[in-house]
Design a protein around this ligand. Structure first.
Ligand code: CP3
Length: 343
């Protein structure tokens, strides 16, 4: 197996810098649209054959060093009892936002092998179809990020309702986050048992919190998850988006790898983090549009800085955008491999 990605996560020496791309299976790829046009986004998530097919598309086309399960961070919330829809322009919508004790009390902890068996079946199918070509990453959302969707009822600009609950009803907030945390622990444990070889926790909106609030209202739940899933024995990646001011705190998450968004200089981040943790990142997704010579310089700078880390997995600083020409994604993979000395 190409285990370069797993080695970099664990801080072992690698022959070159491995790369995968957040949202690598998705709308920038014409071949994704072909499969996606057969039904809704949620239909696709719930169909193991098709979900596996789109997971493998970027492995074939881009030549990345890891596959990431095709699913969404929000699917377990649906099975906690919060009906979920995805709309073309608006994104995800929870029609019944969770804002009071009655609503929190009603949420249940799903059994992953029953309620989310389609995810586990996709993982099992992928391990068979990948046949050791590259490792498979499973994932979840972090409790704070998941809670924002449940409390706001969808995407948000100011996170008013979430912060209002944090500040004015901290016990209710804690009860909700504890439930999401319990759900996430069993969900990630089940993914590892089904065959996921690394687990990434996406904290997409952590960056909207002041450091003290991150320490009180987000980080403890991430720490609890990581402690509980560590015995699964697979590398754990924690990605706190827009988290440059939260790096020292994130280091205490217990993760093997910290994801870096593009707003932080990767060399500075490595100097701050030291040698106990590997890093993942961190090219601005829109920098893929740079002319080839300028893109090469940026990639070289990140690859070189990454050599100072315990381990470095190249990635974008957030998900690749649907408007990106697919050949630019392919180019960045070739550049990372060539510039880091892949034979
Ligand atoms: O990375 C991958 O290739 C694996 C698949 C994956 C998706 N979503 C597929 C998806 C992963 C890992 C996610 C995680 C996810 N989902 C996050 C965390 C990562 C991040 O971007 O910060 C978040 C916040 C979500 C929630 C979500 N899902 C939103 C806000 C939206 C709508 C807006 C958008 O970006 O499209 C989605 C939909 C979604 N998730 C799509 C895909 C391919 C588009 C659905 C479509 O085909 O119409």
């Amino acid at each position: 197996m190409n285990d370069t990605f797993l080695k970099a996560c664990r801080g072992e020496k690698t022959d070159y810098t491995p790369i995968w791309i957040m949202r690598q299976a998705g709308r920038y790829l014409p071949q994704y649209h072909t499969v996606r046009s057969k039904g809704t986004f949620l239909d696709l998530c719930k169909n193991p054959e098709r979900a596996a097919e789109v997971t493998i598309q970027p492995i074939d086309y881009l030549g990345v060093d890891a596959a990431i399960l095709f699913s969404d961070i929000l699917v377990p919330l649906e099975k906690m009892g919060a009906p979920l829809d995805f709309y073309e322009k608006r994104g995800p919508v929870f029609a019944n936002p969770i804002r009071d004790k009655a609503a929190v009390d009603k949420l249940v902890i799903p059994d992953p092998e029953i309620d989310l068996v389609y995810v586990m079946d996709t993982i099992r199918l992928l391990r068979k179809e990948l046949a050791g070509r590259v490792p498979l990453i499973g994932f979840s959302g972090a409790p704070f990020t998941l809670a924002t969707y449940l409390i706001e009822g969808g995407s948000s600009k100011n996170y008013f309702e979430t912060k209002k609950m944090m500040y004015t009803a901290p016990e209710l907030y804690k009860a909700l986050l504890d439930k999401i945390t319990d759900c996430t622990i069993t969900y990630l444990q089940a993914q590892a048992a089904a065959g996921a070889q690394a687990l990434q926790i996406f904290d997409s909106w952590a960056g909207v919190l002041a450091p003290d609030d991150f320490a009180e209202f987000a980080l403890p739940y991430v720490q609890r998850i990581i402690k509980a899933i560590k015995p699964c024995g697979v590398p754990i990646i924690y990605f706190a988006n827009n988290g440059a001011t939260l790096l020292d705190l994130s280091k205490t998450s217990g993760a093997d790898v910290l994801g870096l968004d593009w707003r932080v200089n990767i060399g500075d981040a490595i100097a701050r983090l030291g040698q106990d943790v590997s890093v993942q990142g961190n090219l601005d997704p829109i920098a893929l549009l740079l002319p080839a010579d300028k893109l090469e310089k940026r990639v070289q700078a990140i690859v070189d800085a990454g050599k100072q880390a315990r381990g470095h997995v190249f990635n974008l600083g957030h998900g690749i955008l649907p408007e990106t020409p697919p050949e630019k994604a392919k180019l960045v993979v070739e550049l990372v491999h060539r510039l880091s000395g892949k034979a």
